[in-house]
Design a protein around this ligand. Structure first.
Ligand SMILES: C[S@@+](CC[C@H](N)C(=O)[O-])C[C@H]1O[C@@H](n2cnc3c(N)ncnc32)[C@H](O)[C@@H]1O
Length: 359
């Protein structure tokens, strides 16, 4: 083929390819079906979905359920709450039934019907335990609570959805969703009243673990240059413990930084920034802020995870938000700021504690 004919052929082929591509481009632009075929949507897992999967697997573990069943303050709090507040003939949702124990308490108390919901495989054991214990009026629903649909609303929602940081087991979103869809007007949520605490505190000397750069005399060696390597991940700045021998004392009088009643609260009502002051009443090294919670049913029926409460529910951890060590004298004013993008996600919590001198 002469060279000019070859050139003409190449030009014509490339023109055809260009127009085919532009035709395809037009079709892709105009057709949602074709676009989805060429570019299938990428599933983006939200933090809430990730947590849901974690929760589902975590609570399928028998050891996790054992620790809750062995927690005597927790068990007697729920038993008493149900004995006092569920009436004969009530229809009840047990949100997150686990082994089915709260559903069983409600059934024995005289509930007409209990809907026991759980998204984890533990519900298979709950069904069997109910059958073996002669419990007949419990319907087991193996779905996430957001997928629970009933013909009629219920009188009571029972739940145990509290995490170490109170909100980190998605209690607010799960309970409020069921409350708004499936609870009768004036119906009861057990428990409904919660307090969150964030107390400046001192650790026992023998249990204190300083930041590595605070160690300037390890048998004569100085580690303070490690400050250059301060970790950036927030997890490093949070500790967890269930041990009553860790926290020595609060440096000031404790008071809740947030109070929530699940009958009325909405997530959007929670402030995302809490600022509070404390006057030091007991001098000591300020090691950090301890996070714990209280759940209240009646004035004399309270469940606590405070590290200084000998009757605390032992399976909950209390959390320590670490601070650079300093010694605080009686009379020193502390100003603490705690912020979160989302209270249910501790990775979004940030804190600081300023102080100014004693008189
Ligand atoms: C802390 S355990 C409590 C178990 C039981 N109620 C008890 O008191 O022993 C929470 C349970 O709720 C379940 N759960 C958490 N969120 C749920 C949801 N939104 N829907 C259904 N089950 C859920 C978990 O799988 C877990 O078994």
């Amino acid at each position: 083929m002469p060279f000019s004919a070859l050139q003409r052929l190449t030009v014509s082929v490339s023109q055809r390819i260009r127009s085919a591509c532009s035709l395809l481009g037009g079709k892709l632009r105009d057709s949602a079906g074709l676009r989805a075929w060429f570019y299938p949507p990428v599933e983006v897992e939200t933090p809430a979905e990730k947590y849901r999967q974690f929760n589902e697997n975590y609570f399928a573990d028998l050891h996790t359920q054992e620790r809750m069943l062995a927690d005597q303050p927790r068990m007697s709090f729920y038993h008493e709450a149900i004995e006092r507040h569920i009436q004969e003939g009530d229809r009840v949702i047990d949100l997150g039934t686990g082994t089915g124990i709260l559903a069983a308490f409600a059934s024995r108390r005289g509930a007409e019907k209990v809907y026991a919901v759980d998204h984890s495989n533990i519900i298979e054991h709950a069904k069997q335990l109910a059958a073996e214990n002669g419990i007949e009026n419990v319907d087991f629903e193996d779905v996430h609570s957001s997928k629970l649909y009933l013909d009629e609303p219920v009188d009571v929602i029972v739940h145990e959805q509290m995490g170490d940081y109170l909100f980190d087991e998605a209690m607010m979103v799960n309970v409020c969703d069921l409350r708004d869809r499936l609870l009768k007007p004036g119906g009861l949520i057990l428990p409904s009243q919660f307090e969150l605490f964030c107390e400046p505190m001192t650790l026992h000397d023998e249990r204190r673990v300083p930041y590595i750069w605070e160690l300037n005399d390890v048998y004569g060696f100085d580690f303070s240059s490690m400050e250059r390597s301060r970790p950036q991940d927030l997890e490093y700045y949070r500790l967890v413990s269930c041990d009553l021998a860790v926290v020595k004392h609060f440096v000031s009088e404790p008071a809740p930084i947030m109070k929530v009643d699940l009958h009325t609260v909405t997530e959007s009502k929670l402030p995302l920034r809490v600022k509070f002051t404390r006057k030091v009443t007991q001098a000591g090294i300020l090691d950090g802020l301890v996070i714990y919670m209280k759940a209240k049913v009646d004035d004399d029926l309270v469940l606590s995870s405070s590290p200084l409460d000998p009757g605390r529910a032992p399976h909950w951890g209390y959390r320590i938000l670490r601070l650079d060590q300093s010694y605080v004298e009686v009379g020193t004013e502390l100003e603490v700021t705690l912020t979160a993008d989302d209270w249910s996600d501790p990775d979004t919590w940030e804190w600081n504690c300023g102080q100014w001198g004693s008189e």
